[in-house]
Design a protein. Structure first.
Length: 187
């Protein structure tokens, strides 16, 4: 049977290994990008490859838990990749000896501080995005987390590109103001 984007979910749920091959071919660049970003500070491509394999094993083992459609699968696999990579990061951070940790901190102390601030800010931003109405939330996720272009978002949500751009502009302005207020209050 030929596996394609129309039948891969059904076949994956039936434990068809060809469907897993399709998923690996189709989603490997996305998954590898996410994993590599999280684990880049280790400078270990073997660790990235190991985590990448673990992500696809997890997809295989948990495919029956995925209840969404094809469009939701990209988000699902991206979440698995992100959390697996974070697990690998935590696990391997404890394995670093103190010398390596000192060197890492000397080389990238500003990067680490910026990353921590970025992660804290990201959590606040995600919380704020979750407060948006459903359409605007979908637009923000597609635009800023999945990197989709406005015209493609418009096609999916049955909106014009101008409507999508206007919603992004208005909501970014509101979110920016809300974020500034939150930062001032120290919440």
């Amino acid at each position: 049977m030929n596996i394609d984007d129309k039948n891969f979910l059904r076949e994956l749920r039936k434990s068809n290994e060809s469907a897993l091959d399709y998923v690996m071919d189709e989603y490997a660049p996305l998954v590898k990008g996410i994993v590599a970003k999280v684990l880049s500070s280790f400078g270990n491509n073997g660790l990235v490859d190991e985590c990448l394999s673990d992500v696809f094993v997890s997809v295989w083992q948990n495919n029956k838990n995925f209840k969404g459609e094809k469009d939701d699968f990209k988000n699902w696999i991206a979440c698995i990749a992100k959390y697996k990579a974070i697990d690998y990061y935590r696990r391997n951070l404890t394995l670093l000896n103190q010398d390596n940790l000192d060197n890492l901190m000397l080389e990238s102390s500003k990067d680490v501080e910026e990353e921590i601030l970025s992660l804290e800010s990201e959590k606040k931003i995600i919380k704020m995005i979750n407060g948006l109405n459903e359409t605007n939330k979908k637009i923000f996720i597609m635009k800023f987390f999945l990197g989709m272009k406005s015209d493609k978002i418009g096609e999916k949500l049955k909106l014009t590109q101008t409507a999508v751009d206007n919603r992004i502009f208005r909501e970014r302005k509101k979110l920016k103001q809300e974020f500034i207020e939150i930062q001032r209050e120290g919440i």
